[in-house]
Ligand binder design. Sequence first.
Ligand code: MV4
Length: 501
Amino acid sequence: MISKILIANRGEIAVRIMRSCKEMGIETVAVFSDADRKSLHVRYADEAIHIGSSPSTESYLVKEKIINAANSTGSDAIHPGYGFLSENAEFADLVRKEGIIFIGPSSDSIRMMGDKISARRIMTKADVPVVPGTRKKIDDDIKALKVIKRIGYPVMIKASAGGGGKGMRLVYKESESLDALKSARSEAIDAFGDDSVYIEKYLSKPHHIEFQILADRHGNVIHLYERECSIQRRHQKIVEETPSPIMTPELRQEMGEKAIAAARSVNYEGAGTIEFLVDENLNYYFLEMNTRLQVEHPITERVTGVDLVKEQIRIASGEKLAYEQADIFQDGHAIECRIYAEDPENNFMPSPGLIRKITEPMGFGVRTDGYVYEGYEIPIYYDPMISKLITWGRTRDEAIIRMLRSLEEYYIMGIRTSIDFLKRIMENPEFINGQYDTHFIDTHKEKLFCPSEDIAGTEDLAMIVAFMEYLEDAKIKKNGLPPQSFSNWKMRNRKRNISRQ
Ligand code: MV4
C-alpha cells in the first residue's frame, strides 16, 4: 500500500502529480533546489526536502540525494515525472534496491527502449512496422555508405542513445554522407557518451502521432488512443491535439493494436507512449517508445476521462488495471498549448523574471496545469515551460475557438511568453483545416513569428468563426461532407458581433 510518495521533479508536473496524490489520500514529499525554495510544488506538498543548489546537476539529477530524501521522509514510492531521471534505468534500479517503489516501468524496459537500435529490433520481432533502415549500429563509415545507397537518399542518421531529435542528421546526397556521419557521432558521444548511430529512410512529410498505453503487472495492456504532435519547434512539441485530424477509424484500430503489441514486447508496466511517424499515404512506422508520463498527457485524460497519474500509482501498487479496452472512448476533442517563458520576437530567448500579475483562463472546457503565481520569480536554471493550457470541445472547431478565447484571457505581466505565437498558430488556416504536418512551423514561420500582425481580439474571434464557417461550407461543397456539429459560436451579423445561441 503506497501512503507517501516523493515527487522527484519540479514545476507544473510536480504540482499535477501531487493533486492526484491528494485525491487518493496519499501524502506527498517535494524535493527542491536553492532556486525553487519558493516554487509552488514546495508549498503544495505535505513535506519538502532541500536537496542542493540550483543547477539540476547538483539537485534534481543527483540520484543519491533523491533517494536520501525518500528514506529520510519514509516515502514508500518515488514518482519521477518527465525529464530529469524519469528514463534513467540506473536510477530505477537504485530506488528499487532501497526497497522503494519506482512509479514507472522496469529498468530493463527503460534500457531496451532507450537504445533506439534495440528498440527497432524488438519492434520488428513484434511485427510493429519500423521506419525502413538499418537494424544494427553502423561501425564502419565506408560500409555505411553502401547501406545508405541501398536505403536510398534522402536518409536520416540518428544516435542510438538519442531520441527526441538529438543527434539527428538529414542527408540528401552521397557527398554529404561522411561528414554527416562524423558530426552525428561526435554530437552523440558528447551528449550521450555513446557514438552508435543508425540510418533510416527520411520520410519527407510525416505526421508525428503517438499512442498512450497503460499496462499492469497482470498482463493487461490497453491503449487510450492517439495524440497528434506534429507541431514542433526544434523537436520541442508546442501544440498537441486528440483525436488526430488525419486519423481514420481503421488506422486508429490498427495502430492501437500495434501500440499494445509494442508494450507487450518489452513486458511493459505503467504508463508509456508509442511514437509513430505517419506518411501522406497513412503508412505508419514505429519511431520511439517513451517510458514515462508525457507532458501532453492531459489531452488524453480529458477525452477519455482517465486520470493517468492515478492509474500509474495503482499499477505501481500492484493493482490490476481499472479499465478494459472496451471501457475507453474518445469524447470530443482536446488541444494543448504549451506556454513558455520565452520571447518569440527574440528567437525564443528564455524570458525569466518576476511575475508581476497573472490571470489564468477559466470556464467550461478549460484546464491550466501551471505553477507560477503573482510574485514568483521564474528561475533561469530549468526548462522555461510555465504551464500547459488545455481546452476541450464537442468538436475540433469548438476546441479551437475555446483555445483562442482562453489564450485571449491568459494574462501574464512581467515576462515575455509564447501566448501570442500560440494564438497565431490557432488562427492559421492550415491548422484550422487540420491540414498540417511536421513542417508546419517552418512552412509558416514568416506569419507566425512576425510581431506586427495584430492578434486575435474578441472582435477578431468573430472573423475567425466566420472563416471557419467558410471552410466548413467549402468542405461541404467540395466533398458533400455532412456538416460537422459546428461550435455554437454563430455570427448574428458580419459586423463582428458575437453571440452564443
Ligand atoms: C524522422 C522524420 C522523418 N524521417 N525520421 C525524430 C525525433 C522526433 N522529435 C522527430 N523525429 C523525426 N524523425 C525519419 N526517418 C521526422 C521527424 C520529425 C521531425 C524532424 C525534423 C523536424 C521536425 C520534426 C517533427 C516531428 C518529427
